[in-house]
Design a protein around this ligand. Structure first.
Ligand SMILES: Cc1cc2nc3c(=O)[nH]c(=O)nc-3n(C[C@H](O)[C@H](O)[C@H](O)COP(=O)(O)OP(=O)(O)OC[C@H]3O[C@@H](n4cnc5c(N)ncnc54)[C@H](O)[C@@H]3O)c2cc1C
Length: 519
C-alpha cells in the first residue's frame, strides 16, 4: 500500500499535520510506538484515578495568531470540544510576597493587581507589560483585518522597537533591568517558570513574552474531559478521511533512493513483529529530530542534523497526580493553579537549584511546585468520584536514568510522599484526603515520548547568539519531503506543537502533496 504521507509519532503536532493532509485528500498513515495515541496529550485511568498526562491550560483558539483556530475550523471539530475557561491565571504563594498573590488574566487587570501589591514599582510594571503587549501585537499583526492594520499602523514602529530591543536578551536580563532585586515581583509575574525552563538566565526573553504573554493577554482554557478529547478528534478526522492510524507500530527506518529522495518508511507491525515497508514521498516527523536522525540511512544523517546540531532540548517535568475524596476547595485550595515557592528560595534565579533537588532523596527542601486543582472548573475529570490534582515541577532525566529499578521506585515513592506532605503543610488535611496517587518523572517522559532527556517542549528557548534572521522555526529539512511537525518545529506546548503541525501540513501541500487543500 502506498501512502501520500506517513506521520511518525501521534503527538499533537503529528496528528495535526496528518489530519490536515487527510482533509486535503492525502492518503495518510500514522505510526505510533505506544499503545495509546496522543503523545503527551492523553488522559487515562489508573485504578480509580483519572490522570491528565499534560494539559493544565492552553490559549484560546480565538486569540489572533493562534493556530488552533485554523485547525478546528478546517476539520470542523471546534464544536465537539468544550473549552472551559480558567478563571484566574495563577495564585503565587511565597514568604517574600506576604499574603498569596492572585495574578489575573488580561494586561490591564494584571497591571492593576501588580501595582496594588508593588506600588513603588508602578513604572517598571507598566514598562514590562507594555513591552510584552507590543511583542504580542507584532506576532499577531499578519492575522488582523486590513481595517485593524490601518488603525494600528501608527503604533507599528513602537511595537517593532519593543520587540527588537531585547531580541537577544534573557528573561533575567529584562527582569533585572526593570525590577532590580525585587524578587517577589519576579515570582508574582513568572512563578510558573517551570512551564518553560528552570533557569531565567537562559530562557529567551522573547519566548517568555510570546508564551506567558499569550496567557496574560487572552487567558487560558482546559478541554473538558481532558486532552484525550482533542487527540481523539484528530485521530477521528484522519480515519474518517480514509487514513490509517496504528498503535504499537514504531517506525524503524526511513528509506531514500540514490538521489536522496524519500521512498518509504519502515515500521514494526504490532501483531507479527515483522518489519513492513510503507512507500511514501512525504514524512511528517512528530518524533523528536534526534529519533528521526537515527531512522535515516547513515549517509543522509550529517546533512539532516546540521541545522539541529548544538541545540539544547527543553526541560522535562516531574508530574504527580493525586486523587482526593473531596473537592480540594473544602481544604482551602482557592485557585485552579497555585504556585508554591519554597521558603528556602531567596531569589528568582534560585529556581534551577530547586530542580537539582530531584537528583537525590527528598531532604526537607522542595522545588517550586505548580499545583492544578481540576475541580475548580467544570473539567469533566472528577466523574469517577476522586478529585484529581496535578502537581508539576521541572525535572531532568539525569536525576533518574542511572538508578536501578528498585532504587528508582524507592526514590520516586519518596518524592511522591514529600510532595503530598508539602501540600499538607500548605492546606492542612490534604494528605488525609488523598486516596490514590501516581508520579511520572523525567524518566517516564523519556520512556513514553521517546524524547531526548525526556524533553516536553521541544528545543530549549535560549537567547540567540546572534541576531536571528527569521522566526525560530525548523520546518523543512535537508531531506526533501521530510517535514518537522512537533514542538521541535518552533515553540513547545499545545499551541506550539499544533502550530508546528499546521505549518508542516501547509508547507507539504504547497510542495505538491495531494494538491492544494482548503487550509
Ligand atoms: C506534565 C506535563 C504538563 C504539561 N502542561 C502543558 C500545559 O498546560 N499547556 C501546554 O500547552 N503544554 C503543556 N505540556 C507540553 C505539551 O504537552 C507538549 O509540548 C506537546 O504535547 C508536545 O507535542 P508533540 O507534537 O511535540 O509530540 P509528543 O507529545 O512529544 O509526542 C511524540 C510522539 O512520537 C512518538 N514516537 C517517538 N518515536 C517514535 C517512533 N520511532 N515511531 C513511532 N512513534 C514514535 C512518541 O511515542 C509520542 O507519542 C505539558 C507536558 C507535560 C508532560
Amino acid at each position: 500500500m502506498d501512502y501520500d504521507a506517513v506521520v511518525i509519532g501521534s503527538g499533537l503536532g503529528g496528528l495535526t499535520a496528518g489530519a490536515l493532509a487527510s482533509h486535503a485528500g492525502a492518503r495518510v498513515l500514522v505510526l505510533e510506538r505506544n499503545a495509546a495515541l496522543g503523545g503527551a496529550a492523553t488522559t487515562y485511568h489508573r485504578g480509580p484515578l483519572t490522570v491528565e498526562a499534560s494539559l493544565h491550560e492552553t490559549t484560546p483558539p480565538d486569540a489572533p495568531g493562534d493556530p488552533k483556530r485554523a485547525l478546528f475550523d478546517t476539520l470542523g471539530i471546534g464544536d465537539s470540544l468544550e473549552l472551559v475557561p480558567i478563571p484566574t491565571f495563577q495564585e503565587v504563594r511565597w514568604r517574600g510576597l506576604g499574603t498569596p498573590f492572585q495574578l489575573p488574566h488580561g494586561f490591564d487587570r494584571i497591571e492593576a493587581a501588580l501595582t496594588a501589591r508593588f506600588p513603588d514599582d508602578r513604572q517598571a510594571i507598566a514598562a514590562v507589560l507594555d513591552q510584552v503587549r507590543r511583542t504580542q501585537r507584532i506576532a499577531e499583526f499578519a492575522d488582523h483585518s486590513l481595517w485593524w492594520k490601518l488603525r494600528h499602523a501608527g503604533e507599528l514602529p513602537h511595537d517593532l522597537w519593543a520587540g527588537l530591543k531585547d531580541i537577544r536578551a534573557s528573561l533575567s536580563e529584562v527582569f533585572a533591568r526593570h525590577f532590580g532585586d525585587n524578587e517577589a515581583l519576579k515570582f508574582a509575574l513568572c512563578g510558573n517558570l517551570a512551564y518553560y525552563a528552570d533557569d531565567p538566565d537562559t530562557l529567551w526573553w522573547m519566548a517568555f513574552a510570546m508564551a506567558q504573554g499569550g496567557y496574560m493577554k487572552a487567558g487560558g482554557f482546559y478541554i473538558k474531559g481532558g486532552s484525550q478529547r482533542l487527540t481523539d478528534r484528530l485521530v477521528g478526522a484522519i480515519r474518517d478521511a480514509g487514513g490509517t492510524v496504528l498503535t504499537r507500530s514504531p517506525a524503524t527506518g526511513i528509506d531514500l533512493d540514490s538521489q536522496g529522495a524519500m521512498t518509504a518508511v519502515r515500521y514494526r507491525e504490532a501483531q507479527t513483529g515483522a518489519e513492513v515497508r510503507a512507500p511514501t514521498r512525504t514524512v511528517f516527523a512528530n518524533a523528536a529530530p534526534h529519533v528521526i536522525k537515527a531512522l535515516l540511512p547513515a549517509p543522509a544523517r550529517p546533512a539532516f542534523w546540521e541545522r539541529f546540531a548544538g541545540r539544547a532540548v527543553s526541560i522535562s517535568l516531574c508530574s504527580a497526580t493525586l486523587g482526593l475524596d473531596r473537592p480540594p476547595a473544602d481544604l482551602g485550595v482557592t485557585s485552579y493553579s497555585t504556585i508554591l515557592v519554597p521558603d528556602w528560595m531567596d531569589r528568582f534565579s534560585d529556581f534551577r537549584q530547586g530542580t537539582a533537588l530531584l537528583g537525590a532523596d527528598p531532604a526537607g527542601r522542595m522545588p517550586v511546585l505548580c499545583v492544578v486543582d481540576y475541580s475548580q472548573i467544570d473539567s469533566g475529570l472528577a466523574e469517577d468520584g476522586l478529585h484529581p490534582v496535578n502537581v508539576v515541577c521541572a525535572d531532568r532525566l539525569a536525576h533518574w536514568q542511572d538508578l536501578g529499578d528498585a532504587a528508582y521506585h524507592r526514590r520516586r515513592g519518596a518524592w511522591l510522599a514529600a510532595i503530598i506532605e508539602r501540600l499538607d503543610t500548605e492546606w492542612p488535611g490534604f494528605a488525609g484526603a488523598v486516596k490514590a496517587s501516581t508520579l511520572s518523572t523525567a524518566r517516564t517522559m523519556h520512556a513514553h515520548l521517546n524524547t531526548p532527556e525526556g524533553a516536553v517542549y521541544g528545543f530549549a528557548m535560549e537567547p540567540p547568539h546572534s541576531l536571528p534572521r527569521h522566526a525560530p522555526r525548523t520546518l523543512d529539512t535537508a531531506v526533501p519531503g521530510l517535514w518537522i511537525a512537533s514542538a521541535y518545529t518552533g515553540f513547545g506546548g499545545f499551541t506550539g506543537a499544533i502550530g508546528g503541525g499546521v505549518a508542516a501540513a501547509r508547507a507539504a501541500l504547497r510542495a505538491g502533496l495531494s494538491g492544494p487543500g482548503p487550509l
